[in-house]
Design a protein around this ligand. Structure first.
Ligand code: HEC
Length: 185
């Protein structure tokens, strides 16, 4: 399921006339942001100035308004670009650039689905007996990773709707055709 992005965030910077080392980031949302970015680009072209426009699908910091904040918010609109940054900073050194490494023989993150990674992180946080020989290392990592950070990391690793899609599938009734012709859930 694709969610239409009605709001997006546009940041851009323009070199100042006074100080070339100063960079301005402007955050603007939705249609206004789009117009502003177009205007700024046009201006920059006319003046022969360098400009860079960054568009993010979501506000970088998703605000989790749930009362019970258990795990990642299924309806959360987490930022993939933030997730990439967080992964590179907080996970990549041990888990690899392509989530392919297997520290202490653990399963590579690329071979786990979003729900399994989430379950695993929650367990490392709350259950000291969970995990293998390297569990102490991962317990610390899990504790400093908030649900919001994890939501963004999963959006980056597994796609924005990975958790919601998986829940959908789990809730779907499954009919299995039996030889006798009976259908069981
Ligand atoms: C300092 C190294 C280090 C960092 C940084 C790190 N991990 Fe780990 N991770 C490990 C080790 C070691 C294990 C194996 C732990 C064990 O033996 O239970 C592991 C295991 C895991 C597992 C369980 C895999 C399995 O086999 O079930 C998940 C999920 C995981 N890490 C996610 C993450 C995420 C997400 C991040 C970034 C927020 C992260 N890790 C950061 C070292 C690290």
């Amino acid at each position: 399921m694709k969610i239409f992005k009605i709001s997006f965030l546009a940041c851009f910077f323009a070199a100042s006339a006074f100080s070339a080392s100063q960079v301005y980031y402007i955050e603007a949302h939705g249609d206004f942001g789009k117009e502003l970015a177009e205007m700024a680009t046009k201006q920059a072209n006319e003046r022969n100035e360098k400009i860079q426009v960054f568009i993010d699908e979501d506000p970088r910091r998703y605000k989790d308004n749930r009362i019970l904040k258990f795990g990642v918010d299924r309806k959360g609109r987490y930022s993939v670009s933030l997730g990439k940054e967080l992964y590179e900073k907080q996970c990549q050194s041990c888990h690899g650039e392509n989530a392919e490494k297997r520290p202490y023989g653990s399963v590579a993150l690329k071979d786990m689905n979003a729900k399994d990674i989430e379950d695993s992180i929650i367990s490392y946080r709350s259950d000291t007996s969970f995990g293998g020989d390297g569990k102490l290392i991962m317990q610390n990592q899990a504790k400093i990773t908030t649900n919001n950070d994890l939501g963004a990391i999963l959006a980056y690793l597994k796609g924005k709707d990975a958790l919601a899609d998986q829940d959908d599938q789990a809730n779907k009734p499954v009919s299995t055709e039996k030889k006798q012709g009976s259908y069981l859930r």
